[in-house]
Design a protein. Structure first.
Length: 116
């Protein structure tokens, strides 16, 4: 016999499971860690590097998503280039560092890209 309490517990468990699945796939990666992308770090334009490595969390148009919005009018506009370079290289909060996957030139180009 299913009681009111067991239905309520089942509903809560279902909501928890769904919530965890959403969080685990927020950036679209298999592991949930965007730094473990199977895409190569990419040579090419800063837009290409951004598209392959950053857009999953920060949005294709820098509008934000799992990660914060970037560019003009965003919180990153308050950061100087050195601070933004450090965040990209070392990571911050839930964002992984990219310093071991991207070259210093690619990181500098990304800083310029999000400033445009």
């Amino acid at each position: 016999m299913i009681t009111h309490r067991s239905r309520r517990l089942h509903r809560r468990f279902s909501l928890l499971t769904i919530s965890l699945a959403i969080v685990a796939t927020a950036c679209g990666g298999d592991s949930g860690d965007p730094a473990e992308s199977t895409a190569p770090p990419a040579a090419g334009s800063a837009a290409d590097v951004y598209s392959l490595n950053c857009a999953r969390c920060h949005g294709a148009q820098l509008e934000g998503g799992f990660g914060p919005a970037l560019g003009a009018g965003s919180r990153t506009g308050d950061l100087d280039d050195a601070e933004l370079t450090g965040i990209i290289s070392e990571g911050r909060n839930t964002m992984p560092g990219w310093g071991d996957k991207l070259s210093p030139e690619q990181i500098a180009d990304l800083v310029t890209f999000v400033r445009e």
